[in-house]
Every structure is written in structure tokens, then in C-alpha cells.
Design a binder for this molecule. Sequence first.
Ligand SMILES: O=C(O)CCC(=O)C(=O)O
Length: 286
Amino acid sequence: MGKILTADEIARYKSDGLICPKRLMSADEAARYLAALESYETATGGPVNGKWRYKSHLVFPWINEMMRLPQILDAVEDLLGPDVMVWSSHLYPKEPGDGRFISWHQDSAHWGLDSNQIVTVWVALTAASEENGCMRMLPGSHTGGVAPHRDTWDPNNILTRGQTIDAEIDETRAVWTTLQPGEASLHHVDMWHASKPNETDKRRVGVALRYITPAARQERVDTDFATLLRGEDRYGHFQPEAAPEATMHPDAVAEHQRIADIQGQIYLSGTERAGVSGLIETNEAR
Ligand SMILES: O=C(O)CCC(=O)C(=O)O
């Protein structure tokens, strides 16, 4: 038994690379976070998009708060140990009929990190269902290392390069990570996963929090950034990040620009688009 995960859940994470569903906040807390996002969207005239969906904890105080929730950190600690950093946070809205999808991929293929002690906690702010494009995962696929991917640059693919695993996928083995608001899935960085477009008339929104240990190293650029949330950093591989004082505070926006540009170089490394203008030029930035 861990701090919050059961022995069975920890064993399943080892064997399947996935825990789902796990309630990590109440439906009311999830509704409060969704309201914070939607009040920003109302003020700015549309769904959050572009670069603000990346490293979002640097500009949205509510995501910076969510990534520190003790129950989420307890779950991460149960899987990664006592020293925990957040490397990134991503907002994943899928609007009705927008056609946006995510192809089969492994996160490890494009994050440039040399470790597989990395877990994503994907928190549902709305329900996530087969119909509105919840994630699909292939249990056990995290055990085979990093598979070859090819870039498709499909404009409807939310992934930066439209990167897709270059292999036959037996989709009959895939599980749907259906979630209620406030529930989460936890997946291993080598997990093969994908998601289909939203075919309903309501939006689907989730926040993906990417947790690492301080021992991880970035291999694609010289300087990378992460926030220490628990325990100790005995390595100094990552530069610290500042929490935003307010939504889109000018200091936070400047910090985000600097760090998101570096993230763009990481994601686009090895392509001719690397270094063009960070994430601003990429699919995932739309
Ligand atoms: O939100 C989605 O549909 C997919 C997100 C994803 O691929 C991830 O969090 O690793």
C-alpha cells in the first residue's frame, strides 16, 4: 500500500503502465478549475489554444495550484519515490466537431529525457468518454522501450509533429480511459496511447501533469526547466521555474516565452522546423 495508491494499483502500473480511473479530486474541485479556465476563455474570446496549452502552469495559477495538490503528489510519490518535479503541464481541450485527434505515440519519443521514471497524471475537468475522445491505451506496451515514430504533420493531429508509431497497432487490445470530472488516469512515459476526435456536442477538457524525478536529464538541449515539488534535487539538471502571480502576469508571460521556445526546440529536434520559432509554429501550438 502506498500513500494513496493501493498495492494493486501500484502493481498494475508496473504491469500495464496505467492506472485508471483514480479519483484525485472531487467533481466540485474539477468544476472550480474548469470555471477558472473558462473565465479566461470568456475574457479572451475563445477556447484556450496555441502556446498557452504548453507549460501552462507558468501562466495559469490554477494549474500551478493543481500540480501541487497533496493527493496528486502522493500518487506520484507512490510511483516515482520521494523526489518529485513537474516537467510540464498541458491543457487538452477538444471542442465539439473540431476534428482534432492524437495519433498512437509514446511521450518518451519526443521529450528528450533520458529516464523512464516519468508519469503523466491526466485530470479530467469534464467527463472523458469514447464519444468525446478520451485517451486509448495499450496496457503493457510500456515495457518494450521506445518504438520508431514517423512525422505526419497532419494539421488535425494535436501532436507537434503528428508523430505516429511506425508499427501495426492491434487496437482490439486498447482500453478506453473513460473518466468522470475529478478522476484521473496515470500513464507511464513509454505507454502507447492515442485519442479520437470529439463527436459529441460538448467540449472535453483535461489537464496533463508530467512528473519526473530530479535524476532525469534533458538530452536535446543544454538547458531545461522543471519545478521541484517534493523532496530534494541532488542533481541540478533543471533550472527552477517561477509560479505566476496572476493569470498571464507579464513576468509569467515573459518566462513562459523563454521556456516554451526551448520546449519547441526539444519537440522539433531533428526536423527542419527545429529552431524556427519554438512552439508557436507547430501544430500543437494551435
Ligand atoms: O488529451 C488527449 O487526448 C491526449 C493527451 C496525451 O496524449 C497525453 O496526455 O499524453
